[in-house]
Design a binder for this molecule. Structure first.
Ligand SMILES: Nc1ncnc2c1ncn2[C@@H]1O[C@H](COP(=O)(O)OP(=O)(O)O)[C@@H](O)[C@H]1O
Ligand SMILES: [Mg+2]
Length: 142
């Protein structure tokens, strides 16, 4: 596990660009942390790292639930399960159809469903340390 600390949103986005170099195509990545921790902010950088979107184009899929960003090598699917509570609701998203060797799923609130905790390939956990200070840990299975 690698642990980082950031002191601004921009630094967290920059860390996302850096972590993009370690995330492998095909991965399911869980992003954990309270509301406002910085999950979406970090994904802005991941999307830039994969040349799939610019930071400004990455917004929270809170209502739309899934945003797709297509890069030259992989498609990123940014998913927010905050408002999804039942297996039935989850099934309507058909996330299985998005899983592919050339896609990466970045899932906020994925830990609400045991399945994603089991199947995740990498996890990014963000802790709010007060003000703009965050501790961000990255772990990945080999
Ligand atoms: N170090 C930091 N890292 C990430 N976001 C930060 C940081 N400091 C302040 N912020 C602010 O916190 C908020 C994080 O929001 P967001 O990324 O949408 O969180 P989440 O997706 O976890 O709910 C943004 O308004 C961002 O500008
Ligand atoms: Mg978010």
């Amino acid at each position: 596990m690698k642990v980082f600390e950031t002191h601004s949103a921009e630094e967290t986005t920059q860390l996302g660009r850096q972590l993009a170099q370690e995330i492998k195509p095909g991965a399911v990545v869980l992003l954990r942390g309270d509301l406002g921790a910085g999950k979406t902010t970090l994904i802005k950088g991941v999307a830039e790292g994969f040349q799939a979107a610019s930071a400004d184009d990455v917004t929270s899929p809170t209502f739309t639930l899934i945003h797709e960003y297509r890069g030259p090598e992989v498609s990123l699917y940014h998913i927010d399960l905050y408002r999804i509570d039942t297996q039935r609701e989850l099934d309507t998203l058909a996330l299985d159809d998005l899983m592919d060797a050339k896609s990466i799923l970045l899932i906020e609130w994925g830990e609400k469903f045991e399945r994603f905790v089991r199947e995740r390939n990498a996890e990014i956990a963000i802790e709010h340390l007060g003000g703009d200070h965050r501790r961000i840990s990255f772990s990945q299975e080999n």
